[in-house]
Design a protein around this ligand. Structure first.
Ligand code: SF4
Length: 353
């Protein structure tokens, strides 16, 4: 099974889930806000050197929503958190790569200048809200100090702005909760406070790592609406998730990561309707909305992600791939262009000479 049509035809079109509301809004000619080139990040552990991100390149344009998707441990969070340099070092180390953001290489920018960009021009939403909130201070104080660090506002004006964003992110009784400590709020409310803090300065880029996993579907929809609304002022969003449904609903383009490398990229409709990489095909098959109605269990991708301490030679998806060939064990497949800006790192996609 090596032909392009065989791979592509194996995935159903996502007819059971609503069409993306925003796909296709971004022109290819819009200038990139962020360009990451050949980024590699490792962690020094007691067991050896762990490769978290391996030669990753990506770009995101103003006003674009880019999804970075893959299983846990594939390196997507490390790649994303490397943008504002939030990977602790040690144990993390950037081996190579540039991170060009609005004309500056964040990888080498002095920390004093980087601090001004964080929060102000790049907002970050973490999986764990306590990564962003101090347990020692009331949430209102934290929000007001963040606002005043980057905006010339009086304390009372900053408090009004903070209240407004607590309301926008669905915090009940903002006037009552603004003076709460984080531990006095539920996990979902803490998550919404952190999202409010990331969005309230209307940054140029928001890096959101599984931003709504802890929230119920109603609040999740509300947060996604807020993020989409920021596009009207050209804010770009890099959305990290393991959920292909979120990618479909929110994103213009998707990058699929596997074992520290990008294995597929393309416009959202193309990636879903005609996946170029067997791993993407497997991810789509395991989506509830795409599974056959009679299926008792969703078809999971067999096997396990290889250890980042010891990646095998050749294609890292080889042990799980139904199309693996002898040559897949010889070298890592490069990203082949598929047309329409799509790419896939699979020997099945090598142009016929
Ligand atoms: Fe499968 Fe990798 Fe070979 Fe492509 S290159 S057929 S993904 S093993």
């Amino acid at each position: 099974m090596t032909s392009e049509s065989t791979l592509s035809d194996n995935v159903a079109t996502p007819h059971k889930i609503p069409a993306p509301a925003i796909a296709g809004d971004i022109g290819e000619t819009a200038s990139p806000l962020l360009v990451i080139s050949n980024l590699s990040v490792v962690f020094d552990t007691d067991d050896g050197c762990l490769t978290a991100v391996d030669d990753v390149s990506l770009h995101i344009r103003r006003g674009e929503i880019l999804g970075l998707v893959g299983e846990s441990g594939c390196g997507k969070s490390v790649a994303a958190m490397s943008i504002p340099r939030l990977i602790p070092s040690p144990p993390g180390r950037r081996l190579s790569g540039r991170i060009d953001f609005a004309g500056q290489d964040l990888a080498t920018l002095p920390l004093s200048r980087l601090r001004h960009i964080r929060g102000n021009r790049i907002g970050v939403i973490f999986q764990d809200p306590m990564s962003a909130l101090s347990p020692l201070h009331r949430i209102g104080r934290q929000m007001i100090e963040t606002i005043r660090l980057h905006r010339s506002l009086t304390r009372s004006a900053a408090r009004v702005m903070a209240l407004e964003w607590l309301h926008k992110t669905g915090i009940p009784n903002p006037a009552g909760n603004i003076d709460a400590y984080p531990f006095q709020l539920s996990g979902g409310m803490r998550q919404r406070v952190m999202i409010a803090m990331a969005l309230m300065l209307e940054p140029d880029l928001i890096v959101a790592d599984e931003p709504t996993t802890a929230l119920d579907v109603t609040v999740q929809a509300q947060i996604f609406d807020l993020m989409r609304a920021l596009r009207s002022r050209d804010t770009a969003l890099l959305l990290i998730t393991h959920d292909m449904g979120v990618i479909w609903e929110m994103c213009d383009r998707a990058l699929v990561m596997y074992a520290a490398r990008i294995v597929e990229s393309g416009g959202i409709r193309d990636v879903f309707r005609k996946p170029g990489h067997p791993y993407t095909e497997g991810l789509l098959r395991s989506m509830p909305a795409l599974a056959p109605a009679h299926a008792r269990r969703l078809p999971a991708i067999p096997g396990q992600v290889p250890s980042p301490l010891h990646y095998p030679k050749g294609c890292r998806f080889r042990a799980r791939c139904p199309y693996a060939m002898p040559r897949c064990a010889q070298s890592i497949p490069p990203l082949y262009a598929l047309g329409d800006g799509r790419q896939a790192a699979c020997f099945l996609r090598e142009p016929k000479s």
